[in-house]
Design a protein around this ligand. Structure first.
Ligand code: A3P
Length: 325
């Protein structure tokens, strides 16, 4: 918001002056930076990340568009990658609770642009355990070169634009600063279809990772929220294998996959004290991250006319790419 803008570096302030801008969803403005609509503090963080971040070959980057299942993906990847350190069993004694039972996934898997490279500061990454897992909404072309060049892995979770839009609109109205007027559904929809939303246009964001996942399937794993909901175990196996952490025969036999699914489930996470009453990302209440987690909830919000418009837009933008919803 405006207050945040006054804390920006001179370099970033100068950069903003040269960028096209539009009215924002939860900040006064969004700026078109490297082809995508971003908030000022995000732009500063991306610039710093691009300049300073050194990827390790073992790093895992979890990429999403906001509201497409970031929290879930973070939980799943954290549980898989750390299962030797933090065993998954459902009969916990009080002293060895799994971290996902006491911390929000965003506190276990930090965002590059909100937590680590925010506020014009450089993060101390030396304390992070390896393999390091990061979360990000940064589009593929804007990732730091070392992420692209190293053997680090990228997992992209994509959600259908209809539900993502509705989830975003509801979320934004919950967290928007009171200084900004309420965002009506019609106005939000209009901006969404023009691509003007944080890290939009959504189709460019999806296609960037989609194309890379086709060219380099060992580098980028492309998952869909709907598939993950439909058969979580199956896609969890794919995810673990992709992360060089495949489940062993014994683990499968002992039900480890099912235990991870249960641990990271919406129903489980939503009811935890930390997610009911805690706060992770600055003044954001964790409870807002858990709403309905349903596929197709958009029918309760979009008129047939809106649905038709968005459907045509998605068809047009994704045509020929092989990506479908
Ligand atoms: P809805 O608003 O449709 O309910 P993000 O984590 O990227 O902010 O995405 C938020 C969306 O993911 C919300 O969708 C939220 O309810 C859903 N969600 C949160 N935790 C989830 C989980 N463990 N499993 C499935 N969906 C989850």
């Amino acid at each position: 918001d405006d207050k945040e803008e006054t804390n920006l570096s001179d370099e970033c302030k100068e950069m903003l002056l040269s960028l096209p801008r539009e009215k924002g969803w939860r900040t006064t403005f969004l700026y078109e930076f490297q082809g995508f609509w971003c908030q000022p503090t995000e732009i500063q963080a991306i610039m710093s990340f691009q300049k300073h971040f050194q990827a390790c070959d073992t790093d895992v980057v979890l990429a999403t568009i906001p509201k497409s299942g970031t929290t879930w993906l973070k939980a799943l990847a954290f549980a898989i990658v750390n299962r030797n350190r933090f065993p998954i069993n459902n009969d916990y004694k009080n002293h060895d609770l799994h971290p996902l039972l006491t911390s929000n996934p965003h506190d276990l898997v930090p965002f590059l642009e909100y937590k680590l490279y925010s506020k014009n500061q450089l993060p101390d990454l030396s304390k992070l355990g390896h393999p390091r897992i990061f979360g990000t909404h940064i589009p593929f072309p804007s990732l730091a070169n070392s992420v692209k060049k190293s053997n680090s892995k990228i997992v992209y979770l994509c959600r259908n634009p209809f539900d993502t839009f509705v989830s975003s609109w509801i979320y934004i109205n919950k967290i928007r600063p009171t200084s900004l007027p309420e965002l009506t559904l019609d106005e939000a929809f209009d901006r969404y279809c023009k691509g003007i939303i944080g890290f939009g246009p959504f189709w460019e964001h999806m296609l960037g990772y989609w194309k890379e996942s086709i060219e380099k399937p060992n580098k980028v794993l492309f998952l869909k929220y709907e598939d993950l909901k439909d058969d979580t175990c199956f896609h969890l196996k794919r995810l673990a294998k992709f992360l060089d952490s495949a489940f062993s025969f014994e683990e499968e036999r002992d039900g480890v996959i099912e235990k991870i699914v249960k641990l990271c489930s919406f129903e489980n996470l939503k009811e935890l004290e930390v997610n009911k009453n805690g706060r992770s990302i600055k003044h954001f209440e964790n409870k807002n991250l858990f709403r309905k987690a349903e596929v197709g909830d958009w029918v309760n919000y979009l008129s047939p006319k809106m649905a038709d418009k968005l459907s045509k837009l998605v068809d047009e933008k994704l045509r020929g790419s092989g990506l479908k919803f």
